[in-house]
Design a protein around this ligand. Structure first.
Ligand code: MBD
Ligand code: FE
Length: 307
């Protein structure tokens, strides 16, 4: 067993300098964080006897994650985005906030500025073959009262598992809408049932996941931001029940409260009444929001988005 270099006075002094502790300027908390990260990297190198060749492969890997814009995939894949959710949940519990629709990760595929509709919308613009979905529900407060004028910002993948904007074959804002709830707090939309998403098979996220024996697939899901003046912004998703990967999500976003019942309608009279000629699905899901109040942890996560 080699001597633990990390604990020598020489390396301790080195880390102090690396993190800028011997300099008067700069941010103290950032210095502490940098010292921790550098120490943890060094500890990993030491504990696992990481060779310089291996280390440079890791550095090239991270450059590749940046070049391919996959940071937003690697972070949920490593469970860090879910961990940030668990931390926000914990802070809210400590502040006495319980109940309500659980949050779950935003993911990397939101686009700002989707068309705004009042009460109801049709999300699918591009022709697709698959199962039509009608989804509806009420945005409520914690007492169960409807929240009129809330914005339900919804986005999801198409029937092949791809998201508009990131998939150039789709028209802009396909399967993305903002829906303002009506006077009874209701929203509803028509769309197509999405398929689960898979990370690019040849990208660096999948490269790492495969190397540790994992996959990069998500079960079918629909994303939501729900916001209203005076209420805490909710970032969440629902899962499409019955997906075989429901509890095997590479991004760890599934929560039991976010798996609403789905009804598949095959009755020909019902199909006809909807103006369709194929079976369709319905989901009803209510969102329960918390009122904003002083002393509550920040609910809004600032994050760069494509516009
Ligand atoms: C997605 O659709 C998603 O929601 C997440 C978290 C990661 C990759 C693709
Ligand atoms: Fe998604």
């Amino acid at each position: 067993m080699k001597e633990a270099l990390l604990h020598t006075p020489q390396v301790k002094a080195l880390i102090e300098k690396i993190a800028g502790f011997d300099q008067p300027g700069g941010d103290h908390r950032l210095k502490q964080i940098i010292a921790r990260i550098v120490t943890d990297v060094m500890r990993t190198i030491e504990d696992f006897d990481v060779t310089p060749t291996e280390f440079w492969a890791a550095a090239a890997y991270l450059s590749k994650v940046g070049e391919t814009h996959e940071m937003g995939l690697l972070i949920p894949g490593l469970g860090i985005e879910h961990f940030l959710d668990l931390r926000m949940d914990q802070e809210e519990r400590a502040a006495g906030l319980t109940g309500g629709t659980p949050r779950t990760i935003e993911g990397p595929l939101y686009i700002e500025g989707a068309p705004l509709a009042k009460g109801e919308a049709r999300l699918d613009q591009d022709p697709e073959t698959g199962e039509v979905l009608f989804m509806d529900g009420v945005v409520k407060d914690a007492a169960g009262h409807p929240v009129a004028g809330a914005i339900v910002d919804v986005w999801h993948a198409n029937t092949a598992g791809w998201y508009s904007h990131f998939d150039p074959s789709q028209s802009p804002f396909n399967l993305r809408r903002r829906i303002e709830t009506d006077a009874q707090g209701r929203y509803k939309f028509r769309s197509m049932l999405p398929k689960g998403y898979g990370v690019p098979p040849d990208g660096p996220t999948n490269q790492l996941l495969a190397a540790i024996g994992r996959h990069g697939q998500r079960p079918a899901h629909i994303h939501f931001f729900v916001s209203a003046p005076g209420y805490r912004k909710l970032t969440t998703q629902i899962n499409i029940d019955g997906d075989p990967l429901l509890h095997d999500d590479f991004a760890f976003a599934t929560r039991d409260e976010l798996i609403p019942a789905i009804t598949h309608h095959t009755d020909s009279a019902e199909i006809l009444a909807r103006g369709l000629n194929e079976p369709f699905a319905t989901i009803t899901f209510d969102f329960t929001m918390h009122k904003e109040a002083a002393d509550l942890p920040e609910a809004v996560v600032e994050r760069a988005h494509a516009a």
